[in-house]
Design a binder for this molecule. Structure first.
Ligand code: PEP
Ligand code: MN
Length: 334
């Protein structure tokens, strides 16, 4: 059960509500986000919500019977629209492209990518500066210096930044240079990181773990929400299966299921999802067709020379074709 409190609630009203819950022997968790003030209750047995629904200071009481609470579609009829800034939202009627290199490499690379994004009317650039690498001998990204360079070029061009944060202690330093924090697949259940991102007033794109179930992804999102940040975007980026013909299995079932179970926007990452350049186009169309709210795609001026994930990175011309075909598709299925 979710109790949604009035934003104007008085201390006295709050005390009465909490006292009533205590008397009814109901355990509750306070959740205060940028947008609301809630009490999550987990009553042990069937409970008549009229016993508290009339109390002053309560805006609404929602019965949410499933395991997930705040991220569940059961209490929020309208889908969440994530406000990136005053002019840019994700979700709702918007279809969002985020594109850029796997890793930020140089000023020149940032500039030529921005030019490509602007030509295609794409507003969000991706690019890792802290890279989670399987081998400790691989390129780890340009770190904060790279992020500052990334920020300078993007802010001069009205392009927003999404980049991966790997540890709680990076958040503060990165904060002012980032528009959307990405939580990578390997950190999908890093609960310390998720809790720390609950205190951030910026959207979080949360990737599904490499072997993560849909339930686990929703619980990870619940961690961020419960700790105060409801600006969440889910991302299907492929899971590990028995199949070896491609890097990951892009699970498009998940998009449909996540949109049923949760009110949060869902983005598809076809680049990591299949991991093979020539198939990114087809999987992008498939992601858009299944109902994703957007795509995150790895692009590079010379894809084969990309410092990381070259095998799945597409060139600028291919990206332009992809964007135009996906937009065309969206008008047909709208
Ligand atoms: C990335 O976006 O480059 C990345 C490392 O993604 P993932 O966490 O999905 O592997
Ligand atoms: Mn990558």
């Amino acid at each position: 059960m979710i109790i949604q409190l009035e934003t104007t609630i008085q201390q006295k009203e709050l005390e009465i509500i909490q006292q009533t819950l205590d008397e009814l022997n109901i355990t509750y968790y306070p959740v205060k986000t940028q947008l609301g003030n809630y009490r999550i209750c987990t009553p042990q047995q069937e409970f008549d919500i009229r016993k508290i629904g009339h109390l002053s200071g309560i805006r609404d009481v929602h019965r949410v019977s499933g395991k997930h609470k705040m991220v569940s579609h059961r209490w929020k009829v309208d889908r969440s629209i994530i406000q990136v800034d005053e002019e840019l939202v994700i979700g709702g009627d918007e279809f969002t492209f985020m594109a850029g290199p796997c890793s930020i490499e140089s000023e020149e690379q940032i500039e030529n990518t921005i030019a490509c994004l602007k030509e295609n009317n794409v507003k969000i650039m991706r690019g890792g500066v802290f890279k989670p690498r399987t081998s400790p001998y691989s390129f780890m990204g340009l770190g904060m210096e790279g992020l500052k360079m990334f920020y300078k070029a993007c802010s001069e061009n009205g392009i927003r930044i999404i980049t991966e944060v790997m540890e709680p202690n990076q958040i503060e330093a990165m904060h002012d240079y980032v528009d959307i924090f990405q939580v990578g697949a390997r950190n999908s259940q890093n609960f310390n990181l998720l809790e720390a991102l609950g205190n951030v007033d910026k959207p979080i794109l949360l990737k599904r773990g490499i072997s993560g179930t849909i339930d686990e992804l929703l619980f990870s999102a619940e961690y961020v929400f419960k700790n105060g940040n409801e600006k969440l975007i889910l991302c299907e980026r492929g899971i590990r299966t028995f199949e070896t013909a491609y890097r990951n299995t892009l699970d498009l079932n998940a998009v449909s299921i996540l949109k049923e179970k949760s009110h949060l926007p869902v983005i598809v990452d076809p680049s990591h999802g299949i991991g093979i350049r020539k198939h990114v186009y087809a999987m992008s169309l498939a992601g858009a067709a299944v109902g994703a709210d957007g795509l995150i795609i790895e692009i590079h001026k010379t894809p084969s020379k990309a410092a990381t994930d070259a095998q799945q990175t597409i060139g600028f011309e291919d990206f332009a074709k992809l964007v135009s075909k996906v937009r065309q598709l969206k008008t047909v299925i709208a």
